[in-house]
Design a protein around this ligand. Structure first.
Ligand SMILES: [Zn+2]
Length: 96
């Protein structure tokens, strides 16, 4: 019998398709949600789990925002007040 070391990693990151990333990026008008810098998929734009997976966040649209690499590194796995952090998220998406 085959042994299955198939344990779910808590920090497992989902690979998002280009189309999906575009959808997330559109939530902030193609900008980093925090600093407002133009973000380009494939050039430093990163999908961020607003509530980190390690803290119970889910892989769902409502928990995903686009951040530039710099902001994503700064945010790390913290949960930051969205009013102060997600400055560029467009109105209809501010549901976090
Ligand atoms: Zn940024």
């Amino acid at each position: 019998m085959e042994k299955k070391p198939d344990r779910c990693k808590v920090n497992e990151r989902e690979q998002f398709s280009y189309e999906y990333k575009q959808k997330i990026l559109a939530k902030s008008d193609d900008r980093c949600c925090h600093c407002g810098r133009k973000a380009y998929i494939g050039y430093g734009a990163t999908v961020d789990h607003y509530v980190p997976i390690s803290k119970g966040g889910i892989n769902d649209d409502c928990n995903l925002v686009m951040l530039c690499e710099t902001c994503n590194k700064e945010k790390d796995d913290l949960i930051i007040d969205p009013d102060n952090y997600l400055v560029y998220l467009k109105e209809p998406y501010i549901s976090i």
